[in-house]
Design a protein around this ligand. Sequence first.
Ligand code: XUL
Ligand code: CO
Length: 434
Amino acid sequence: MKQFFEGIPKIKYEGEDSRNPLAFRHYNPDEVVLGKRMEEHLRFAVAYWHSFAWEGGDPFGGQTFERPWYPQDNMERAKLKADIAFDMFDILGAPYFCFHDLDVRPEAGSFAENRDTLNEITDYFAEKMAAGGPKLLWGTANMFTHRRWMSGASTNPDPDVFAFAAATVKSCMDATHKLGGENYVLWGGREGYETLLNTDLTSELDHMGRFLNMVVEYKHKIGFKGAILVEPKPQEPSKHQYDYDVATCFGFLQKYGLEKEVQLNIEQGHAILAGHSFEHEIATAASLGVLGSIDMNRNDYQSGWDTDQFPNNTPEVAVAYYHILKAGGLKTGGTNFDAKVRRQSLDAEDLVAAHVGGMDICARGLKAAAAMLEDGGLEEALSSRYEGWQTPEAKAMLGSDFESITKRVLAEEIAPDPRSGRQEILENYVNRFV
Ligand code: XUL
Ligand code: CO
């Protein structure tokens, strides 16, 4: 059943000198990096939606890809799509995959039909997984494509849509649990607004907070051991999304008492849309204790929209993994390619090569990040920059007050002497490793 990928062999590690475009030059799953196998550090996942569901459209033109499983309007083609997807997971040696309900089943008008077809197709997945297929990194619900979601899911002004969303997420959590999924993701989709002229922001946020609490309550009820993750994104499709970035999400989680229950799935492209770097978002989440998982797909820096491209920039990826390793690595999370090939990349080979390149660049970034950590140059620079805070006077100051501090400034005639931030020297240092 490898017909779709005919002529494409199982991808192997051939080392840096390989000229084979369908070989790994850096991703060597068994290679030990900082005491752990590369595969266990990176925990790669293939996203069903972009690799198998995306048809290659853009705002100016429709489908460019021709796939034997299109249109996915019946179970027969949904199963064919699953056969081909699992073939690709096998070719890549991908340890995980991720899916939305809509990626894997035909869409029907009624909740009951959607739930039944989801159950049927995920039973089909379970057989393939048991026969040596990959594991499930996370499942999620698509609550943004169908017109019923156009004004939001849990934030919809219509309580019937909230109800439909609750039942949908329950069915997707059940499927994720059944398949042994290691996380469950909620990306806001249309949880946001187009104009405040028609939006009651306060009650929409309250409804979203209650909804997420219901997710957590249900997780505990069914004994789902995975992590619940929210994926920040600042805009697109809504003009303003409620889960704008890591800091906004954390404020939301705290307000609704969820900061110990919910972590974040951080996507590079979304960080860029929010005007942040990927490493800023990762380091902020790590510092707030909510770093869960990553979607490793970049955006185009010029176009200003979510282009979902495979990663291909070693320094960016290296700095991201540096912060992940510093935070103790990915735990239940992984490296998900929420990435799609460009719409002119028509062939099965393009699909495989895109993942091979993405996996390889991540492996290269991971090795560079580990080498930097082993060398310790950045940690040394950091402790030297903040060494003043190690003195007893500096520590005591944090427990004092403005009046006593002012007295000390006057008595000791404190006059700070600025020191270089050494940015270029540190950038040059990083360039030695990437
Ligand atoms: C959308 C996005 C989603 C989530 C899952 O920009 O990233 O595909 O990853 O719903
Ligand atoms: Co994503």
